[in-house]
Design a protein around this ligand. Structure first.
Ligand code: ADP
Ligand code: MG
Length: 253
């Protein structure tokens, strides 16, 4: 794509995962995950339902604990030390399938809550930053409304703006368009494409393969808790290696 030249991958490591394993009780949900993400990478994570995609990205911002192996984010090793978890969470933004906005707060208040309470940003400054990012996602005029008054696509763009207000260095997306009506998908994807073009490091769980082809520099395929295969998009789609990847692609494309 034309913007490819802008989307530089650096040789600085953003996330390093080594032999990471996670269990839910007796269920071994993630197996020996090895993954190095460089700053500026746009990674799409694909795979069948239940393969562990959400759990993997939730481990990266410590929403889930892992039991074996290591994860480090910007050089900070994830541990159960609460201070370091707060630090990771403010560096790693996350956008969920169901937006997770606070329904009783206005759009502006949703965006200023964490900067004011976690970052201790003065209210006026937090509001200025929030308006900047609401303009960026093209809904500044909705600032004083409540989430329930917005469309799904607008709410998801607010969720992205809210994350950006914390100035994250990495953004995680977990099926951000799966809950949206078809006509709203592209407005959210366009926002994500812009972020990518600005150099944001992104890990996106998504079934939007057009987005993967256009934006990702790497597609990772997971199945049964493992990374089965990874490649640049063209190779991944045109020349899948494993039978499991071939089967998956034949079902979704
Ligand atoms: P995906 O996002 O690829 O659909 P998930 O990471 O959500 O997969 O889930 C992977 C597996 O772990 C599934 O079998 C799911 O049922 C199970 N799982 C997810 N969350 C929990 C949990 N909190 N407790 C027990 N099992 C879970
Ligand atoms: Mg999931």
């Amino acid at each position: 794509m034309a913007a490819e030249t802008q989307m530089k991958v650096s040789d600085q490591v953003a996330v390093e995962i080594n032999k990471m394993n996670k269990w839910f009780g007796a269920f071994h949900v993630l197996r020996d995950i090895d993954l190095t993400v460089y700053q500026g990478e746009r990674i799409v994570i694909a795979g069948p339902s239940g393969s562990g995609k959400s759990t993997l990205i939730r481990c990266i911002n410590a929403l889930e604990e892992h039991q074996k192996g290591s994860i480090s984010v910007d050089g900070t090793v994830l541990s159960n030390d609460i201070k370091n978890i707060d630090r990771i969470r403010s560096e790693v933004g996350m956008v969920f399938q169901h937006f997770n906005l606070f329904p009783h707060l206005t759009i502006l208040e949703n965006c200023t809550l964490a900067p004011i309470w976690v970052r201790k940003t003065p209210k006026k400054e937090a509001e200025d930053i929030a308006m900047h990012f609401l303009e960026k996602v093209k809904i500044p005029e909705q600032a004083d409304k409540y989430p329930g008054q917005l469309s799904g696509g607008q709410q998801q763009r607010v969720a992205i703006a809210r994350s950006l207000c914390m100035r994250p260095r990495i953004m995680l997306f977990d099926e951000p368009t799966s809950a949206l009506d078809p006509e709203m998908i592209s407005e959210v994807l366009d926002t994500m494409i812009e972020l990518a073009e600005e150099g944001m490091t992104m890990l996106c769980v998504t079934h939007e393969m057009g987005f993967a082809r256009k934006v990702a520099n790497r597609v990772i395929f997971m199945d049964q808790g493992q990374i089965v295969e990874q490649n640049e998009p063209e190779e991944f789609f045109n020349n899948p290696q494993s039978e499991r990847t071939k089967l998956f692609l034949s079902q979704i494309l």
